[in-house]
Design a binder for this molecule. Structure first.
Ligand SMILES: Cc1cc2nc3c(=O)[nH]c(=O)nc-3n(C[C@H](O)[C@H](O)[C@H](O)COP(=O)(O)OP(=O)(O)OC[C@H]3O[C@@H](n4cnc5c(N)ncnc54)[C@H](O)[C@@H]3O)c2cc1C
Length: 459
């Protein structure tokens, strides 16, 4: 019997898709890596089916690729020809909200936005939030340790997970569904699966930590004349605004490109930096006044040259629409979005060096910068006309060689997947990569879990 025969016998043809039945969506994630048809797509409905599927694949030494919402930007969910994709899409739903503890238990295939809405209905905030919220899944968020726009206040995904259930390559179900903040009982196994991009097991459900839902949000758009002032503004905001929940910076050409694309004008004059500051608030007039006073003071101190406070949710959305820059992908098809971390004080020096080095090699390139500056996370948007594979590799090499020079990280939040795999040693030591290999071998001795992702191939 082939692996497909065994899978169909155990799970049925409704769960095991092959040939023509495999839809276009399973062929690639949102990265710019190539599309490939998996050998089959499995769509299990529960943990037991995931366990059965993995045990069969392990017996056949059949490589598998977990797939969530396929919004990943590192190629981690892409199947190579011959791989079997395991989609979590049918394992969707919030199982429980514990209002006393402030936790929710969620199936891995639940779209992030669905979980956020359930939390809100129960009076809580699920702090994991990113632009792909409508399509990405909780399991994908955990597997990539997603960052996003609320990290400055509530941490990355890792900081918001209390427990999880995962299935190992041999089908073992590891239930670690802890619900408590404090639990010091030996190795913290959940952390192995968070950020390991499906290379150690498949996450099937998890317990997430919720926070009180803010009654209101105050949002401002600030024009700033130097990067030194951006950093000073960040420090003041962290000191003065108790509920600071976002501090997002756009370099001038990123802001201009996206504002023009959206046909929006905010300021009379261009400035080198534009920052969105957002604060969770209690909805009172006093809170609003404190926010206005804070901004007035930054103006007097010369940190900000101009500022707008959103007077409605619609206005706040307009600020965010420029930052999210969704039209950029349409106007510059094949846009490359590099995601790196650097010491906060050096983000602009890096941007200058990176722009210079990219222009030296690709004089007609579009290069612009934006990022979650409060979390030391910079995004570099690069576009060149009809790039070859070699050009794409050169762009990565230029940026990541500089990241190494600045002692930064080649991935702040998107993960490693295949796109950054060969640059992992720019940010992790050989000893660290060696331990990763040993953990991988211990949990997945036959190497069936998402092979070729994250860990560099042996030469
Ligand atoms: C418009 C847009 C905005 C984005 N903004 C951000 C942002 O602000 N911050 C950020 O961090 N990312 C961002 N991303 C990237 C992406 O949304 C995140 O990486 C997200 O967490 C991926 O979730 P997914 O469900 O789509 O995972 P997928 O793309 O399906 O998979 C990602 C990786 O996780 C693995 N995986 C998926 N599900 C499981 C599971 N249940 N168990 C084990 N492994 C699994 C896959 O094998 C793959 O390696 C953005 C992407 C887009 C398109």
């Amino acid at each position: 019997m082939t692996v497909i025969d065994d899978l169909i016998e155990a799970l049925g043809t409704e769960t095991v898709l092959t040939g023509e039945a495999i839809g276009e969506r399973y062929r690639s994630d949102a990265s710019t890596t190539g599309k490939s048809l998996p050998l089959a797509v499995l769509r299990p409905s529960n943990t037991e089916q995931v366990s059965l599927a993995l045990a069969i694949c392990d017996r056949h030494r059949q490589p598998v690729v977990p797939q969530g919402g396929l919004t990943g930007l590192a190629g981690g969910a892409n199947a190579r020809g011959g791989d079997i994709a395991i989609s979590l899409e049918r394992m969707s739903g919030v199982e429980d909200v514990d209002t006393a503890a402030g936790t929710m238990t969620v199936l891995a295939g639940t779209p992030l936005e669905v979980a956020q809405l359930v939390a809100e209905t129960a009076g809580f905030l699920l702090p994991i939030d990113l632009g792909a919220r409508g399509s990405c899944q909780i399991g994908g968020n955990l597997s990539t340790n997603a960052g996003g726009i609320r990290v400055i206040r509530h941490g990355v995904t890792r900081d918001n997970v209390l427990g999880l259930e995962a299935v190992l390559a041999d089908g073992t179900v590891l239930s670690s569904l802890n619900r408590m903040v404090k639990n010091n009982t030996g190795y913290d196994l959940r952390q192995l699966f968070i950020g390991s991009e499906g290379t150690l097991g498949i996450i099937t459900r998890c317990v997430l930590r919720l926070r009180p839902l803010p009654a209101a949000r105050l949002t401002a758009l600030c024009a700033i004349d130097s990067y030194t002032h951006v950093v000073s503004l960040l420090k003041s905001a962290q000191r003065e605004l108790a509920g600071l929940s976002a501090f997002e910076a756009m370099w001038e050409n990123y802001f201009r490109f996206n504002a023009e694309a959206l046909n929006l004008t905010f300021f009379d004059k261009a400035t080198p930096f534009i920052v969105i500051i957002e604060q969770d608030a209690n909805g009172s007039d006093e809170d609003k006044e404190r926010f206005e006073t804070f901004l007035g003071k930054t103006f007097e101190d010369g940190l900000v040259t101009d500022a707008l406070i959103a007077q409605s949710e619609k206005e706040a959305r307009a600020f965010w629409s420029v930052r999210e820059g969704h039209l950029m992908d349409q106007l510059l098809p094949g846009l490359i979005n590099l995601d790196v971390s650097l010491p906060i004080g050096q983000l602009d020096d890096f941007a200058g060096d990176c722009e210079k080095a990219l222009f030296a090699r690709f004089p007609a390139a579009h290069v612009s910068f934006f990022g979650h500056v409060g979390d030391s996370n910079l995004h570099v948007a690069v576009w060149i006309e009809s790039p070859s594979e070699h050009d794409l590799h050169e762009i990565d090499a230029i940026a990541y060689d500089l990241v190494r020079k600045y002692k930064g990280s080649i991935s702040a939040e998107h993960g490693i997947g295949t796109l950054k795999r060969d640059f992992l040693d720019h940010s992790r030591s050989q000893a660290e990569i060696g331990v990763m290999r040993r953990i991988k071998t211990a949990l997945d001795p036959n190497g069936i879990m998402n092979p070729g992702k994250v860990i560099p191939l042996r030469s």
